[in-house]
Structure formats: C-alpha cells, structure tokens
Design a protein around this ligand. Structure first.
Ligand code: FAD
Length: 391
C-alpha cells in the first residue's frame, strides 16, 4: 500500500503551489477575514480563478473531449489542497459539481453551451436545493415547476442559497410532479439569475458571512434548460452531493488551521509560562496530530474509491471527520489560550490574532452545510452497513 504521490503528481503540486503563491499575492485575491473555502465574490478573485483556467488547472481531470486535461482526479485534489492551504477560495461549484452533472446527464447541446463557460470560470453559480421545509429531508422540496408551452414556470422559495447575490446562473431542484412518491417527482433546471421574477434577500450566518433566501415568482425557464429526465432530479442531486462533500472540504483547511495553533504553541504563553512547556498543551498537540492524520487518511480514502457506492459512504465519513475536527481544534485552542482567545478575529489583544474565534463559528456551518453530521451518520449506517431506515 503506497500513500505517496508519484513524481509527476508531486511536480504538479509544486508547480501549482508556486503559481498560487504568485497570483494569490495580488491585491484583493486573499480575503483575510475568511476561513475555509468561500465562493469567489470580488473582481480580483474572479480574475485569479480565470488565471488558473488559462494555465489549464481548471478541469484538469475533465475528459479531453470536453476541453479538460484528461488527468486523474488526483490532480484536482492537489489543486484543491494547495488553494485551501494558501487560504484561497476553491474553484467553485461549476467545475466540481455542475460541470460533472452536465457531462453525465446533459444533452449534447447543453454540454456544448455550458461546459466551455464552466471550464473557463466565465460564470458563477448558485445551487438551490434547500427550502424552508426541505433541508436534510431534501426530497420534501416544494418549489413547483409547471409545464407552460415549450418551457416551465417556477414558483416557490429557496433558502441558504450561497452565492445567489453575485451568481450569474442558478442550478436548482424543483418539483415537476406532485402525484408520485416524493423522491420521484423532482427535476433539475438551470436558469439565469437575472430572470424576471427572482428576488434575493440576505441571510447572515454566525461567521458574519452572507447566504440568501431566493423567491421565485412565475419565473420562466426554457424547455432546453431542464437537465436529464424529468422526475430523476433527486438521483442526480444525490450523486452531485457526493462530488460536493469531497471537493468542497479540502484537507489543506484543517492543515493550515493546525499550523496556526502550533505557531501559538511555539511562541505563546499559558499561565505565565511558554505554552510549549505546558503539559496540557503537549497532550493536546499529540491528540490533535492523531486526529489530523485521520482526516488526511480519510481524504485519501475518498480519492481511492472505485465505485459510486463506496464514494457515497467514504465521502460521508470524510465530511464528518473533516468538519468535526474543526470543532475540536477550535475548542482546544480557545480553552488553552485563555479568556483572551474569545476576542474577535483581528483584535489586537487576541492570541493568534483571534483566528480560533472565527474557526469556532465557521465550524458550526461546516458540520451543517452540504448535509449535517447526523445525515452523514445515517448514510454510513444505511448505505455502508445496510441497516434499516429508522424513519
Ligand atoms: C453555510 C451554509 C451554506 C449552505 N449553502 C447551501 C447552498 O448553497 N444551497 C443549498 O441548497 N443549501 C445550502 N445549505 C443548506 C444545507 O444543505 C442545510 O442547512 C442542511 O442540509 C440542513 O438542513 P436544515 O438547515 O433545513 O436543517 P434540518 O434538516 O431542519 O435539520 C435540523 C437538525 O435536525 C437534524 N436531523 C434532521 N433530519 C434528521 C434525521 N433523519 N436523523 C437525524 N437527525 C436529523 C439535522 O442533523 C439538524 O441537526 C447551506 C447551509 C449552510 C449552513
């Protein structure tokens, strides 16, 4: 069993790391107020992502017939790792989630229209699955799509629609049939965010960042913007969520956060003495190192999955260990650093620049977004271990 990357893969990582160091240092690319991959939302960051595209780093694992690099998923992984480790936004939902859904389910016309735009990051996307009464139980979604001539009319509400306030296009799930079991009546659509009838309102998260509510009032979608077969949307979403759990949670994020903690251990103080000499600090460093290695190994396990069924279960396990590690790290850091650690990020009196206060709050969102930890545990129990559905 070999856990190492090949010489070619390591060379790619070094090349990408160097490129990101240079381009990422340009003004406005890095947002020092944000921890964890957040979507691109400024001209400087959009330009940075496009620069990655011009280098051929976006869609590096897409098949050559769609303009991709035709390389293995390891290369996407290495790019995601470097971006996260250097604290920069990930490559967005288009490359990892929506582009792959088009490749698997789209018509030839849709692929020709959307894949080049996605690969070059010319459009930003928002994903609209969640609704006020449909989060974990996504199949209960009620946003209604009604056939109207050669298109559809959409009416209803989405919630937690991250990026909607600057996205160009919307990738959303709607109910096209209310007369069949709930998993069977859902369809996937894409539509322009500027379509008449769309209203977007902010929802602020506990990390101080914005997500949105989106209201759709008689919004028209042309018939050629439904993806795949009507009524099959729930199966497509389940597959797209597997892409999301493994691409939106890179290992570089906990690795970087742990390095910030170790920096404090090396240079900070606890009870008037160097932190590095404190027994509790030493014990915590040992425990966190084991947990971090566990996160890394699960990430590699996802990378090594061979089948879709395996990917679903290991992505669920990885999402749990990754997101819950941040709870543990932040709790330990805030506890050991003392009361000053609760001062806000960038407060001049806060140890470690108050970064663990921000991580603590972001960690809560990490264990909920893209499916909560409880739902991941249900997936492991049912799909991994074959246990019955308790509901
Ligand atoms: C920062 C952030 C960004 C997000 N971005 C998007 C986005 O861009 N697009 C989008 O569509 N959605 C997005 N979401 C929504 C996210 O997917 C949902 O919040 C998540 O699926 C949980 O749904 P809910 O909030 O409705 O909670 P609920 O489903 O109401 O769950 C409430 C609690 O009950 C628990 N629970 C529910 N059902 C079960 C069960 N069967 N067994 C055990 N426990 C259960 C849950 O784990 C949770 O603790 C985002 C969420 C966050 C926090």
């Amino acid at each position: 069993m070999d856990f190492e990357f090949s010489p070619e893969e390591n060379a790619f990582r070094e090349e990408v790391a160097e490129f990101i160091r240079e381009e990422g240092a340009k003004p406005g690319v890095l947002n020092p107020d944000v921890f964890f991959s957040r979507p691109v939302d400024t001209p400087a960051r959009r330009e940075f992502i496009k620069a990655l595209g011009r280098k051929g780093y976006l869609g590096v694992s897409w098949p050559a017939e769609y303009g991709g690099g035709g390389r293995s998923g390891v290369y996407d992984y290495l790019l995601a790792e470097e971006l996260a480790y250097q604290r920069l936004s990930g490559t967005g939902k288009g490359i990892g989630i929506i582009g792959r859904t088009f490749m698997l389910r789209g018509t030839e016309e849709q692929k020709a229209r959307f894949l080049p735009l996605i690969r070059n990051e010319e459009i930003e996307w928002a994903i609209g699955y969640s609704e006020p009464d449909a989060g974990s139980d996504l199949a209960s979604l009620r946003l209604r799509a009604t056939k109207d001539g050669d298109g559809w009319r959409l009416n209803g509400q989405k919630r937690f629609t991250t990026s909607a306030h600057f996205a160009d296009w919307f990738f959303l799930a709607a109910r096209t049939n209310f007369d069949v079991p709930k998993h069977k009546g859902v369809s996937l659509f894409v539509l322009e965010m500027s379509s008449p009838g769309i209203t977007i309102s902010p929802m602020m998260c506990m990390d101080g960042k914005r997500t949105n509510e989106v209201f759709l009032d008689n919004v028209w979608v042309p018939g050629d913007q439904i993806i795949g077969d009507p009524g099959q949307g729930f199966a497509y979403i389940s597959q797209a969520l597997d892409f999301e759990r493994s691409t939106l949670f890179p290992f570089g994020t906990p690795q970087l956060a742990t390095e910030w903690f170790l920096e404090w251990v090396r240079s900070g103080t606890r009870n008037g003495k160097p932190a590095r000499e404190d027994r509790e600090v030493i014990r915590a460093v040992g425990r966190l190192s084991i947990m971090l290695e566990n996160v890394r190994l699960f990430n590699l396990r996802v990378l090594a999955t061979q089948t879709a069924a395996e990917a679903t279960v290991y992505s669920a396990m990885y999402k749990i260990v990754h997101s819950e590690y941040h709870h543990e790290l932040a709790d330990v850091a805030l506890d050991l650093m003392g009361p000053g650690s609760w001062l806000a990020h960038h407060d001049k009196d806060a140890p470690a620049d108050g970064v663990f206060d921000m991580i603590r709050r972001t960690a809560v969102l990490m264990t909920v977004g893209a499916g909560s930890s409880e739902i991941q545990r249900n997936i492991i129990a049912r799909r991994g271990l074959g246990l019955p559905n308790p509901i």
